[in-house]
Each structure stands twice: as structure tokens, then as C-alpha cells.
Design a protein around this ligand. Structure first.
Ligand code: ATP
Length: 216
């Protein structure tokens, strides 16, 4: 019997912010998910090395999750000690949860660049993709992504609980122009990023002196 769906949100989370958290909470409700797992990656394959250590990024994700019903932290990628491939994570989760719909949440920037991900054509064998709109990223896809979306798109949220994988759902979310890069730059420049991220996460950044320019 098919179980209640869960959400998965992978990211560098350097730091975690409201642009991650609002879509996660809204999708928890829209898709009637039992939980959303926040999965910090160890080394992101597509991005520059994170500014802060895996330990700091994990601590900030834990602070955010501990404040929010329905959000939990999954540390599996940090324990792997090698580049974090989403496909490996989805294969592991599918083996653990054979009858649970897995909804992998991502922003439009990620979908637009999905054909650069390791094993991207197999992702939908293991999970649904649920995509939040993000300022600066239009759904004008290249040929690979267009074909993928055409083959898998559904506008019926209930379809994601009727099958365990294989759908792409574009979420009509209010767009939030927030990024970790912007927050890191705010801190570096001595500006105040309050309300772009949870207060305890900002206190942690200040406490540990993260994202400060090195004193020469
Ligand atoms: P950076 O600025 O360092 O590149 P980021 O803000 O994009 O980081 P990530 O941790 O890389 O954050 O993002 C994890 C996932 O969350 C990605 O799928 C990304 O598309 C999505 N995401 C991040 N910010 C937003 C946002 N404001 N709206 C919708 N999705 C977002």
C-alpha cells in the first residue's frame, strides 16, 4: 500500500534561509507530506566549495528545523565524505522506503540546470521533482529539460501521492528573492540580513563569526 508522501530538500544551506523554508512549509501543506527532510550536502558537485564547514551548515539547518513542525534533518550526505550526488541519495531512500512517494523539492534554477547533474535521466525513476519558482529563473528550458518536463509534468498535486515517483510538479509559489550568496555578502559588508533567515540562525552566524572578511 502506498504510504504518505515525504519531501526532500537538498542544499548547501550556507546558510539556510527563508527562500528554502517557506516553499518547504507551503509544500508540506499543499502536498500533504508527512515531513520534509532537509539534506545538507557535503561537497556540492555543481558549486564552489561552501564558505562554511559542514559542521556549521548542519548546525544552522538543525536550528531552523527545530523551530518548525514537519521539518527534520537528514545527515546522510554529510556522513558520506565525498561529493553528494542526489541520485545516490534517492536510490538509498527508495530502498529504505519502497512504498513512499518521494518528492524532491528544488528551485527553478536547479531544474533549468538539471541536465548537468550526475545521472539526471534516472532521477524520476526514484522520486517526483517539485519545483518552486525563483526570481531570475524563467521556465524557458533547453531541449533536454523541455523533453523531460513534457514527458513527466502534472498539474494535479494528488498525482504525487498516487504514485511513488515519476512526476514533475511546478509549484505556483510566491517568489522570494533570497539567496545564501546575498546573505553571505550582507554579513561580509557589515549589513543586516535580519528577516531573510531565522533569527537563531543569524545569531549563530554572529556568534561563530561566519562569513566575515579575513582581517588583513
Ligand atoms: P547560493 O546563493 O550559495 O548559491 P542558494 O540560496 O541557491 O545558495 P542552496 O542551498 O544552493 O541555496 O539551494 C538549495 C535548493 O533550494 C536549490 O534547489 C535551490 O534552487 C532552492 N532555493 C534556494 N533559494 C530559493 C528561493 N529563494 N526560492 C526557491 N527555491 C530556492
Amino acid at each position: 500500500m502506498i504510504q504518505k508522501a515525504i519531501g526532500l530538500l537538498g542544499g548547501t544551506f550556507d546558510p539556510i534561509h527563508v527562500g528554502h523554508l517557506r516553499p518547504a512549509i507551503a509544500l508540506l501543506e499543499r502536498l500533504n507530506l508527512s515531513e520534509v527532510r532537509l539534506i545538507p550536502n557535503y561537497i556540492p558537485p555543481h558549486k564552489a566549495t561552501p564558505d562554511s564547514s559542514p559542521e556549521h551548515r548542519l548546525a544552522m539547518v538543525q536550528l531552523a528545523a527545530s523551530q518548525t513542525t514537519g521539518l527534520v534533518v537528514d545527515e546522510r550526505e554529510l556522513k558520506r565524505d565525498r561529493p553528494s550526488y542526489t541520485l545516490d541519495t534517492l536510490k538509498e531512500l527508495r530502498a529504505e522506503l519502497p512504498d513512499t512517494p518521494l518528492c524532491f523539492l528544488m528551485g527553478m534554477d536547479s531544474l533549468c540546470q538539471l541536465d548537468q547533474w550526475h545521472g539526471w535521466q534516472q532521477l524520476l525513476d526514484y522520486a517526483h521533482l517539485v519545483v518552486s519558482h525563483r526570481p531570475g529563473w524563467q521556465p524557458d528550458f533547453n531541449a533536454n529539460i523541455s523533453a523531460l518536463v513534457k514527458a513527466h509534468a502534472t498539474s494535479d498535486a494528488k498525482q504525487l501521492s498516487r504514485q511513488v515517483s515519476g512526476c514533475i510538479y511546478l509549484f505556483d509559489n510566491p517568489q522570494l528573492d533570497i539567496s545564501s550568496t546575498h546573505i553571505r555578502n550582507c554579513v561580509k559588508e557589515g549589513n543586516n540580513p535580519q528577516y531573510l533567515l531565522p533569527e537563531p540562525v543569524l545569531n549563530y552566524i554572529r556568534d561563530k563569526g561566519l562569513y566575515q572578511l579575513p582581517v588583513l
